[in-house]
Design a protein around this ligand. Structure first.
Ligand code: TYM
Length: 325
């Protein structure tokens, strides 16, 4: 299996509950690869110094969450040159129309208009397909927002296999039942995202406990004081119930039945999130004290990933008729 994390900002509680917490379990069930996808970060404005430090920070967050470099392969996408190389081959099988219809492209290009949008924003899903197809993976655990990208990956793999002969494994998305979509605390109709400009609505994995408590206690709730899980009518309260359910492992309906007011729900959610993040933050602090070790992990990860990616790339290039060296 494989899944990636984009270093466009600090890791959020949404990343953790929608994806990272499952990766730590998944690594024991399968050969698992976890790229920090830095090439993807270039599709948005990110300062070069910030990109460098976020890449290391997210690597350490993944290790703090429980990814064990002796069990899984942890690496930086740009360290493995087959990612952009396979992207080109796949771009020559994808159509302009299908990329233009991707929700993320439509959303992110809406502001400045399509003409102003970076070409990389349009072709980003193909790079993501290359990330996945290079490693012959069966399963890709992601949050709900990545569903459409996974569909495109499957389409591109099937099209390629049909046109050029069996080359790629067609992967399945694996989307969690609880936590697949954690919403912004200030705008519970939009997802909690690391690259959004909503620091008050976003809990970061490395946030100070006092900040976590303040953000959750100030979360926007809904009109009508009753506590019910109803995403349409009560998006704010439902989001808090989802978060509390994910960190305590309790079904949201059971939680909803045990609260009659927003205040105690917020206080308990804040306390549970702080307790959930504490061991992660402690492990992060220990890793941050030894950056040389983290670089060694990434070197080893890139060498291992490249060994696998080189085979798949060569297979795809040969299938398309590129002359082997
Ligand atoms: P990224 O970095 O935005 O998010 C990483 C993972 O976190 C999940 N996630 C969420 N889950 C629940 N609630 C939220 N509010 C929330 N926000 C983020 C995402 O679904 C994702 O699983 N395009 C990908 C990165 C990528 C990738 C890949 C993923 C590049 N190549 C190959 C899998 C396989 C992205 O932007 O994720």
């Amino acid at each position: 299996m494989l899944s990636g994390l984009k270093p466009t900002g600090h890791a959020t509680l949404g990343n953790l509950l929608g994806a990272l917490r499952f990766w730590a379990e998944d690594q024991h069930d399968a050969d698992a690869l976890f790229p920090i996808v830095d090439l993807h970060a270039l599709t948005v404005d990110v300062d070069p110094d910030a990109l460098r430090s976020l890449t290391l920070e997210l690597t350490m967050v993944l290790m703090a969450v429980g990814l064990d470099p002796d069990v899984c392969t942890l690496f930086v996408q740009s360290h493995v040159p087959q990612h952009p190389r396979l992207t080109w081959l796949l771009e020559c099988t994808a159509s302009f129309g299908e990329l233009r219809r991707m929700t993320q492209f439509k959303d992110k290009s809406a502001k400045g208009g399509e003409g102003e949008a970076r070409a990389g924003l349009l072709t980003y899903p193909v790079l993501m397909a290359a990330d996945i197809l290079l490693y012959d993976v069966d399963r890709v655990p992601v949050g709900d927002d990545q569903r459409q990208h996974l569909e495109l990956t499957r389409d591109l793999a099937m099209r390629f296999n049909h046109r050029y002969g069996d080359t790629f494994v067609v992967p399945e998305a694996s989307i969690p039942k609880v936590g697949a979509r954690i919403m912004d605390l200030q705008d519970p109709t939009g997802k909690m995202g690391k690259s959004h400009d909503s620091p008050q609505g976003t809990v970061y994995v490395l946030d100070d406990p006092k900040d976590i408590e303040r953000k959750i206690k100030r979360a926007v709730t809904d009109t009508g004081g009753d506590v019910r899980y109803d995403v349409q009518a009560k998006p704010g309260v439902s989001n808090l119930l989802t978060i509390l359910g994910a960190v305590t492992g309790t079904p949201v309906e059971d939680l909803a039945a045990s609260y009659t007011q927003y205040g105690p729900l917020k206080a308990d959610t804040a306390e549970a999130v702080v307790a959930y993040l504490r061991p992660v933050q402690d492990r992060y602090a220990a890793l941050a004290a030894d950056p040389a070790y983290v670089h060694t992990v990434l070197d080893k990860g890139a060498a291992k990933a490249e060994g696998m990616a080189a085979d798949t790339y060569a297979r795809a290039a040969a299938a398309m008729g590129l002359l082997p060296r």
